[in-house]
Write a protein that binds this ligand. Sequence first.
Ligand SMILES: C[S@@+](CC[C@H](N)C(=O)[O-])C[C@H]1O[C@@H](n2cnc3c(N)ncnc32)[C@H](O)[C@@H]1O
Length: 213
Amino acid sequence: MGVEFVDLFDKWASSYDDTVSGNDPEYREVFEGYEEMLEKLAELSLSPVMEFGVGTANLTRKIINQNKVVFGIEPSKEMRRIANVKCPEAAIYDGDFINYPQLLTPIRSIISSFAFHHLNTDEKKQAIKKYQQQLDPDGQVIFIDTLFKDEAHKQQLIKDAEKAGFLNLAQDLQEEYYAYLEELREMFLEHGFEVSFKQLNKYAWLIQAKKGE
Ligand SMILES: C[S@@+](CC[C@H](N)C(=O)[O-])C[C@H]1O[C@@H](n2cnc3c(N)ncnc32)[C@H](O)[C@@H]1O
């Protein structure tokens, strides 16, 4: 479910940290302020935390450094291998946003960075419904991901990328399932969350959804 990109991530795993540190000019603006964004997300999260799309565990590492308990879920075997080396203290399971091991521990924060766009609209709705049921009463979903304010904004970002000669980025923006802000707001409201959005760089937004009563 929503794991059609996993082969690509197995291949990207060994050079992923290079990309997020700004060494790939094509994705520099996408990951601008990467470390600070992850630090902020780690600080906002309340333990015990469940993290989806762990990747190479850069966010997981920051959460562990804050003495919080984190259960990671990651579908790419190669990403999990690197994550386990970088963050041996965390439990990292095979799974995805929708199909993952059921843990008995109560969860106060469900978090993810740069991964929720791998789910299409129906899958996003399914995941949000599941998290509403899984989270503690004071729980929150906190995501960082690329978002489009609306269709005009999407087309502008694609045009900017093409103009700069960033054709892979332009293709990603067209083909991956980046959400529109209002569409995502509706999905959270429908499941009783209070949601807020904050833009962090040209592409990335902080999405905070508090579980309602
Ligand atoms: C761009 S990386 C982000 C990694 C990390 N969270 C970070 O901020 O650097 C996206 C990650 O999401 C994972 N992923 C892809 N499809 C997924 C799905 N359906 N459910 C959960 N994770 C998924 C990929 O394997 C990859 O590790």
